[in-house]
Design a protein around this ligand. Structure first.
Ligand SMILES: Nc1ncnc2c1ncn2[C@@H]1O[C@H](COP(=O)(O)OP(=O)(O)OP(=O)(O)O)[C@@H](O)[C@H]1O
Length: 252
């Protein structure tokens, strides 16, 4: 589904990523792990057109993503959530999800004082889809609550609902359990499995090793901008370079 070919990214003199290559298979949950500063978020920024690589290519469904703007990448079917939650805090949970669907609309829900019947029909459909996604993410009871006043765990789930509203085939989750308690983490783990069961491909950046080992089909391990290992969770757990770089780290 996606292929990274010799991707490098330098910020000034700092090589954030060096010669990274791997494939993402359709329908899998791929974990990207590695210590702080390894280059994981930079990878997501490259995959979503926020920044361009210094060299290399990223192909999604056989086509290069290079040169595309983030909204064009979204239209191709890639959605993401952020390490630092980015919601419209003053808008309701439902409105946040409806905005996610905006890129798929023909008429645009927020334009036009004189609404045509086509616009009204589309808005109704978008609202219905938003409510379905809120239900799926366990947020029905807070649909009308402003996003900014939701507890942290619910904000994280709302971000995922909004990303899903763009109808992605590939969903990128950047530390989705950060700040969550054990119960919330377990619930989110189930939800990610359900998202996979709905036919989506997921790439997950995550520090919670138990979660990663439980739900990822494969892992890519980065350290100092280099790929040091790739494989199934069980193989990765025993990989000497990984143990040294990451798993052995206290508190990692
Ligand atoms: N826009 C930027 N300008 C300069 N340096 C950057 C930029 N973005 C990232 N970096 C640097 O690139 C390196 C990789 O950062 P990145 O955020 O991708 O790591 P990460 O693996 O996601 O880390 P964390 O787990 O802490 O989020 C870091 O040294 C970081 O300081």
């Amino acid at each position: 589904m996606m292929q990274l070919q010799n991707i490098s990214k330098a910020f000034g003199g700092l090589a954030a990523l060096s010669q990274i290559s791997f494939r993402v298979k359709s329908g899998e949950v791929l974990g990207v792990i590695g210590p702080n500063g390894a280059g994981k978020t930079t990878l997501f920024n490259l995959m979503t057109g926020v920044i361009g690589p210094s060299s290399g290519d990223i192909r999604f469904k056989e086509q290069s993503l290079l040169g595309l703007k983030p909204h064009q990448v979204t239209e191709r079917g890639i959605a993401r959530t952020f390490q630092n939650i980015r919601l419209f805090g003053h808008l309701s949970a439902r409105e946040n999800v409806m905005i996610g669907a905006h890129c798929r609309l023909q008429t645009g829900i927020w334009q036009g004082v004189w609404r045509t019947s086509a616009q009204r029909r589309e808005e109704t459909a978008v609202r219905q889809q938003a409510d379905e996604l809120l239900e799926f993410m366990g947020l029905t009871d807070v649909a009308a609550t402003t996003a900014g006043s939701l507890p942290y765990g619910k904000q994280r789930r709302l971000e995922i609902a909004r990303a899903l509203a763009t109808s992605p085939s590939l969903l990128l989750l950047d530390e989705p359990t950060a700040g969550m308690n054990e119960k919330e983490t377990a619930e989110l783990s189930d939800l990610i499995k359900q998202i996979q069961a709905r036919g989506k491909t997921v790439i997950l950046i995550e520090h919670d090793m138990q979660l990663v080992m439980n739900i990822c089909d494969r892992l890519v391990v980065l350290n100092f901008g280099k790929k040091i290992a790739e494989g199934q969770p069980r193989e990765i757990q025993q990989h000497p370079a990984v143990i040294e770089a990451y798993l052995g780290q206290e508190g990692a």
